[in-house]
Design a protein around this ligand. Structure first.
Ligand SMILES: Nc1ncnc2c1ncn2[C@@H]1O[C@H](COP(=O)(O)OP(=O)(O)OP(=O)(O)O)[C@@H](O)[C@H]1O
Ligand SMILES: [Mg+2]
Length: 147
């Protein structure tokens, strides 16, 4: 436990707190830390896909890495930075957030997922957002929900 930690971030204050907590855990347990942001799925036309293939732009969706996502990752890295974790990896994936987070964890031998209890959504009364809820339900590994 606490050897390979995944922190999912959406740019919300909650997720920054999650990044901070994930970094503290990683520092304490000398764990690997991966910071993951999931972006919206972008439907591309056949022409654009073909062009990207020709230009070898397919594969990881770095090419859809927009300014906002870049800021989200930067913010999380900053929040995590102070704890002196040396082994931090950042990843951007596209797809439905909860399933994409759980799938990434499954495929990369993650033992602990850290996320915020809430995110960017604006249903103020809810204590738990739908992504946190779904990840906790679908994930086989430990999930830490940061308040
Ligand atoms: N697109 C995403 N990529 C990575 N992590 C995410 C993403 N969306 C949410 N999360 C993670 O899940 C946590 C909870 O966010 P969630 O989306 O469940 O709450 P919400 O936005 O308040 O509610 P909802 O989205 O259901 O309206 C965030 O703090 C973040 O850690
Ligand atoms: Mg949300």
């Amino acid at each position: 436990m606490f050897k390979n930690i995944l922190c999912a971030v959406d740019g919300s204050d909650h997720s920054l707190r999650a990044a901070k907590a994930a970094a503290e855990l990683a520092a304490q347990f000398n764990a690997k830390l991966t910071i993951l942001a999931v972006t919206k799925q972008i439907k591309l036309s056949t022409e654009i896909r073909r062009y990207m293939e020709m230009e070898h732009l397919s594969g990881e969706p770095q090419y859809v890495l927009d300014d906002y996502t870049e800021q989200v990752i930067e913010g999380a890295l900053e929040a995590a930075d102070h704890d002196g974790v040396s082994n931090i990896k950042t990843v951007v994936k596209e797809g439905p957030p909860a399933r994409t987070i759980v799938k990434y964890a499954d495929r990369h031998d993650i033992d602990t997922i850290v996320l915020g209890s809430r995110g960017l959504g604006d249903i103020e009364s809810a204590l738990l957002g739908s992504v946190s809820h779904k990840v906790a339900s679908l994930s086989k590994c430990t999930v830490v929900t940061v308040r």
